[in-house]
Design a protein around this ligand. Structure first.
Ligand SMILES: [Zn+2]
Ligand SMILES: [Zn+2]
Length: 293
């Protein structure tokens, strides 16, 4: 079982530094609590050889596209329940959509695989047909629900050969990166919060559209961003990632903690007309509100 005690401790420490945000970050606290309490003795780690993994990665295929973990739906319910309650509080339309999701889940028409990024069109269509779930809510449920199970599943196949992957999405689960930091040696690292992975990537290439022209990637100066933190955006597809330069911020927290605790930067990027591929609390705010005000 993955151990989330360290992540939870970092998060609590971050909350004391972000007291001014009040309860705004509480949704993520409930997600982390759910991960820490998660138990499913039935999830077996994938036992592919290095060669079997490399063969997929050379074809540009994330492992989850060709290997399906057996996850008991009930094991996700204790994580998803509290998160759905908080999400439903955002508005009546969201509450209705989440109600449809719960009904389809209880009836067995959708299950954990519907929350995987790599299960392709069929699973995404099931979420759409069965629950008409808005994309940002589906993103929250996926990120809240499947992490401990996927982290268990991939625990024995995390050795990615240097230079063995050049796509913008996660080589394990196929999810989009949520954070992009610069390491002490200047390399760029992308993080997937969905399955808890990280991999190094080309510094000047957009992970969303693969744009590779100098000048396509720009740094936005986020309102209220502290030194060393940045928002990197692509002028070609207008996707963005937040990040931190660890040469300037050696004591920065884990990518997930830094990402989840800075919704003010997501709000800023969204207002400038940029999008991110994974959930952020800024997506739950009414369009005319300003969390920095
Ligand atoms: Zn992943
Ligand atoms: Zn792009």
């Amino acid at each position: 079982m993955p151990d989330y005690a360290g992540l939870c401790a970092e998060w609590q420490e971050m909350l004391t530094r972000r007291r001014a945000m009040g309860d705004a970050l509480a949704l993520w606290t409930s997600v982390l609590d759910g991960w820490r309490g998660w138990q499913d003795p039935g999830v077996e780690p994938l036992r592919w050889s290095a060669e079997q993994c490399r063969e997929r990665w050379e074809r540009g295929v994330p492992l989850l596209a060709e290997a399906v973990p057996a996850i008991a739906p009930e094991s996700l319910e204790e994580i998803l329940g509290p998160v759905m309650e908080r999400l439903a509080a955002a508005g009546p339309d969201d509450a209705v959509a989440l109600g449809r999701f719960a009904e389809a889940w209880d009836a067995g028409r959708i299950g954990p695989a519907a929350l995987f990024p790599a299960s392709g069109w069929a699973a995404a269509a099931a979420l759409q047909d069965e629950a008409a779930l808005p994309a940002h809510l589906a993103g929250f449920l996926a990120h809240a629900g499947v992490r401990p199970a996927l982290e268990t599943f991939f625990s024995l196949v995390r050795a990615l050969p240097e230079g063995g992957w050049d796509r913008g999405f996660c080589p394990w689960c196929g999810g989009l990166p949520s954070y992009g930091d610069l390491l002490e040696d200047g390399r760029r690292r992308l993080s997937c919060h969905l399955c808890g992975s990280a991999w190094t990537a080309a510094r000047l290439r957009c992970p969303f559209c693969q744009a590779w022209q100098s000048g396509d990637m720009v740094r936005l100066l986020g309102g209220g961003a502290e030194e060393g933190y940045f928002v990197e955006a692509c002028l070609a597809c207008r996707g963005y990632l937040k990040g931190v330069d660890r040469r300037e911020r050696w004591n920065a927290a884990s990518p997930l903690v830094e990402d989840w605790a800075s919704p003010h930067l997501d709000y800023y990027a969204a207002r400038e007309g940029y999008w991110r591929g994974t959930p952020s609390l800024a997506q739950l705010l009414p369009p005319d509100s300003d969390p920095a005000a």
